[in-house]
Design a protein around this ligand. Structure first.
Ligand code: ATP
Ligand code: FE
Length: 347
């Protein structure tokens, strides 16, 4: 079984060809970072236009790399949400056009299910497992029990951790994306110099919060600027180290609770923040303590890509899922509200 996957829910246009034996025949990702760089964030209108321009080229490129024609694949999987509606619509319309023209089956995929099922594509692990999704837009614990069977154990009540890394970088005058910049600066820093909060640690459950942590960094910065007229290199390093340690500690403790609440043989991560070395180390310790294996797929499959969408499409297809021309693009689509998109894109 070979599927074409299409992804356009945020700022990456992507297409991929994946087989049910877990081989990735092609995975093309066309990022838009340069287009949004001047605006300090993703601009929905610019993203939608770029997807409309680039998505069909990504599909052509992916098929060419795989050495296949559209008629050689067995189905088309497309991200149907959640995400920026203009981008999701671009992908859904393209997929519908391709499906209608070729007669191939169409499967609408939840973007988060794509992330959550990635460890099965990369490592072939069985259900169930615990997934921690930590990216620029999401942060949640999912117990994954089947291709359409997800239980959300908790998640952020405000910012996503990647968003917090990006904002902290910005307020310390470091470049975007903030995660790698903060991690690099933190290497020379003392994580104990500044007392930063550990949000929600005192409360039971697996929910997280990151916006207060970012505000605490802002206050420390302002205090330093007021006292000494600016930031020294060491101040920056210490603030980054303190912030990163707080994020890692909070995520590790909440992961410990998630594993206690829903024991699983594997703890897997996805999302760009999973690239962070100190976070990885902390999660690895927590997994070992709980007798679980820690699994972090390669970064190019942890961040947004279409191979995960093609794979999730294959899993859904094998479970009997088919979508027709009524497939709707959904800006919001919570994972644990069932797999099938409701008709009409409601908020
Ligand atoms: P989503 O996939 O949820 O729509 P996104 O596309 O913004 O959101 P990703 O591409 O998965 O998310 O990840 C990007 C985020 O990961 C950015 O916020 C970036 O700062 C963060 N990030 C990348 N590398 C690191 C790192 N080494 N440490 C911490 N954060 C990092
Ligand atoms: Fe994503």
């Amino acid at each position: 079984l070979t599927f074409l996957g299409i992804e356009s829910s945020c700022d990456d246009s992507a297409a991929a060809v994946v087989r049910d034996d877990r081989s990735i025949l092609a995975s093309v990702v066309a990022g838009q970072a340069a287009l949004h760089a001047d605006f300090g964030g993703v601009v929905p209108e610019i993203a939608a236009r770029a997807h409309a321009e680039k998505l069909d080229l990504c599909v052509e490129e992916a098929l060419a790399q795989a050495g296949l024609r559209l008629s050689d694949v067995d189905g088309i999987a497309v991200t149907a949400g959640p995400g920026l509606i203009g981008g999701v619509l671009s992908g859904v319309m393209l997929a519908k056009g391709l499906a209608a023209g070729s007669g191939l089956p169409l499967v609408g995929v939840n973007h988060l299910a794509g992330h959550a099922l990635t460890p099965r594509l990369t490592d072939g692990i069985p259900f169930p497992y615990l997934m921690l999704l930590v990216s620029g837009g999401h942060c949640q614990f999912l117990r994954v029990e089947g291709p359409a069977d997800f239980t959300r154990l908790g998640g952020t009540i405000d910012d996503a951790p990647g968003e917090a890394f990006d904002k902290v970088a910005k307020l310390l005058g470091l470049p975007q994306p903030g995660g790698p910049a903060v991690e690099a600066a933190a290497r020379a820093g003392d994580p104990r110099r500044f007392a930063l909060p550990r949000p929600l640690l005192d409360r039971p459950g697996c929910d997280l919060s990151f916006s207060g942590l970012k505000t605490a960094v802002l206050r420390q910065r302002d205090a330093l600027v007021a006292a000494q007229g600016g930031l020294h290199e060491q101040d920056r390093a210490d603030l980054c180290a303190g912030f990163q340690a707080a994020v890692a500690e909070v995520l590790a403790e909440k992961t410990r609770r998630a594993l206690a609440l829903a024991p699983a043989p594997v703890l897997a991560v996805a999302g760009g923040v999973a690239a962070n070395e100190s976070l990885r180390a902390a999660l690895q310790r927590v997994a070992a303590e709980a007798g679980a294996t820690f699994l972090a797929p390669p970064l190019r499959l942890c961040t947004d890509n279409a191979a995960m969408i093609a794979w999730a499409g294959i899993e859904a297809y094998q479970a009997g899922r088919r979508d027709g021309m009524e497939l709707a693009a959904r800006p919001r689509w919570p994972l644990d509200q069932g797999a099938a998109p409701m008709l009409g894109a409601g908020k």
